[in-house]
Design a protein. Structure first.
Length: 479
């Protein structure tokens, strides 16, 4: 019957351990737990009181900057996390330990490193009982970090300075080229003005020559008009003379008729008898005849004079016409040809002026475009210089934001924390020990029960299953 009771409790203990069993164990071992906890607490207090005071020294710095701006943010010589990892890994510890030269042997420095990605700050702390040693170690650490990236910062600075000097040289070259082009523009403009002035003077001379030739043509034309008028006058005079000759001839014919009548009258008187002759009439007829003959001779002489005068007038007319023809065909044509030549030369001079102006305008437009391009290049270089100057201003080595500062009060040893942890650890160890002792007691009790069972039932030896199944029941019974 006892065996059946053990089997019933085995199933229940396999599912859960009842709370009352645990409380019974703790209550039965309360002195052990209390004494163990107090011992650990007092030991921790005694140990903490013997430890030296520990101070924390903290320094804050920023890595060096290269002066470059990438994605609208300044570029640093290295990432803050990378620098922090280098410090934590102990890369700088040998150099720091050597610089500190402490009489106390130091194997590794327990650096505490915090980073702020927003402002790229690195905070390094060192906890040590010797605050002066910690401060010296932090100073040596910052010096080592600065030395590590100092060459890189110097290279960036030199590159930027070289770029700035190169841009200054380029700007000086652009200024020299611009001054040369502006001087060339001034010289070419003066040369063009001088050439245009010369061409204007030549055109003025040609224009005056044309005016003189035109005045010569006008004079020749006036001379032709005068000669024509003179020829017309001579022709009129010849006509008048010819008409006078006709009148003289008509008068001469009349005189000759009268002379014939007088001769016939005188002859008729001569043929009459002397008695019948009238001397007075005969004398009258003779005198009239003589005078008529003399008058007729004078008229004939006048006719010859008129003929000579007509011939002379005709000769003068022919001479004037020949001179007029010579003037019209030779001199005027020559003058007109000269005028045409002068005007052709003037057209050539004007074309030369236009060609010079057009060539200068094209050259000037290209040169001014070159000057504008030089100004634009200079402006871009100046912007580049301003950008490089700003980058040079941004270049900086390691920047110490806060020198190593020691805490006013010691941060260790943390007696309260140590005692609390020791108390908690002692309490847990005491509980563990209590359960272990309870387990040992149950094992002894179970062995006694197994011996009794063997005595009662010698034919059935206890199996391993029975031993394992009875443990929870035994624990429950003892509780």
């Amino acid at each position: 019957m006892k065996t059946d009771r053990v089997e019933e409790h085995v199933g229940e203990a396999a599912d859960e351990i009842e709370l009352m069993d645990i409380i019974n164990v703790l209550w039965s071992r309360k002195k052990l737990i209390l004494l163990g906890t107090l011992a650990c607490m007092m030991g921790a207090a005694l140990w903490s009181s013997r430890l030296p005071n520990v101070y924390r020294v903290t320094a804050v710095f920023k890595p060096g900057q290269t002066g470059q701006i990438i994605n609208h943010s300044r570029e640093y010589v290295d990432d803050t996390e990378a620098i922090a990892n280098r410090i934590k890994s102990g890369i700088y510890d040998p150099q720091v330990i050597q610089e500190v030269s402490s009489t106390e042997p130091i194997e590794q420095l327990p650096w505490r490193v915090k980073t702020n990605k927003d402002n790229h700050q690195i905070s390094v702390s060192l906890e040590h009982h010797d605050s002066a040693l910690a401060q010296a170690a932090l100073n040596a650490l910052m010096g080592a970090v600065a030395d590590t990236y100092g060459l890189q910062v110097s290279v960036y600075s030199n590159l930027l300075q070289t770029g700035l000097e190169r841009k200054e040289v380029q700007i000086e070259g652009l200024d020299s080229k611009k001054a040369y082009l502006e001087d060339a523009i001034t010289k070419q403009r003066k040369s063009l003005q001088l050439n245009l002035r010369k061409l204007d003077n030549q055109l003025a001379m040609k224009s005056r020559a044309v005016e003189e030739q035109e005045r010569a043509i006008t004079a020749k034309q006036r001379e032709l008009v005068t000669k024509l008028e003179r020829i017309e006058t001579l022709k009129k005079k010849r006509k008048i003379t010819e008409e006078k000759k006709g009148s003289v001839l008509a008068h001469l014919e009349q005189i000759e008729n009268n002379m014939q009548f007088l001769l016939e009258g005188r002859n008729s008187l001569v043929q009459k008898s002397p008695l019948e002759q009238d001397e007075f009439k005969l004398l009258l007829f003779s005198d009239l005849g003589q005078k008529s003959i003399e008058y007729a001779n004078n008229l004939r002489k006048s006719t010859k004079d008129i003929d000579l005068e007509v011939e002379d007038l005709a000769l003068q007319i022919r001479i004037q016409e020949a001179a007029m023809a010579d003037i019209e065909q030779v001199q005027i044509e020559n003058i007109k040809g000269e005028i045409a030549n002068i005007r052709s030369a003037m057209q050539g001079l004007k074309r030369d002026q236009e060609d010079r102006k057009n060539a200068f305008d094209k050259w000037l437009a290209k040169t001014e475009q070159d000057v504008t391009e030089l100004d634009e290049k200079k402006r871009m270089l100046q912007l580049g210089m301003a950008e490089v100057t700003e980058k040079i201003k941004l270049v900086s080595p390691l920047t110490v934001l806060s020198r190593p500062v020691r805490t006013l009060k010691p941060i260790g040893p943390r007696t309260g924390l140590n005692v609390s942890l020791a108390t908690l650890a002692g309490f847990l160890l005491s509980i563990f020990l209590a359960f272990f002792l309870e387990y040992l007691a149950e094992m002894r009790m179970r062995r006694g029960e197994d011996t009794a069972v063997m005595i009662e039932h010698p034919s059935r030896p206890p199996s391993l299953t029975d031993l394992s199944d009875e443990e929870p029941h035994s624990a429950g019974v003892s509780g």
